[in-house]
Ligand binder design. Sequence first.
Ligand code: OFO
Length: 167
Amino acid sequence: MFSEKIQTGLIRQLNKESESSQLYLYMASWVEKKGYEGICEFLYDHSNEERTHMLKLIRYINKRGGNVVLNNISTMNITYRSLRELFMILFEHEKKISKEINFLVEISLHEKDYFTYNFLQWYVEEQVEEEALSKMILDKIELIGEDKGGLYLFDRDMKNFHKNKKL
Ligand code: OFO
């Protein structure tokens, strides 16, 4: 059964994925303008990934006979004080998304919607990866601190990471 409650939860989630995609797009552009060629590739990629997460939800809802609703995205106008602050926000954002996914898993069990429960397992695994990756990047940036040489090398590593998907 595809209940109203599940549908509302999935629609809320797809709009969160869309927000994540926009947020990381904004971050990518901000970082690119500061000259970080590698970090911006990572963030542009990340933004694209969030869009695919959104699409996955849209297509699942449609497959189950639901109706998708897309919210308006508010414009962002943030200036980050540092890369550390940017990645701190990114990490906190991912943790918030993980909570939302876990909440959806709980609802799907409560509603006995095992199709949706199964569908959501992909997101559960993805969040484990994304939280770990964003925490690792934040740790590296904290380690480097304000050292310009360190940031230069880190940006270069991120460029390679973008090519090899491995840091
Ligand atoms: Fe960053 O993750 Fe989507 O779900």
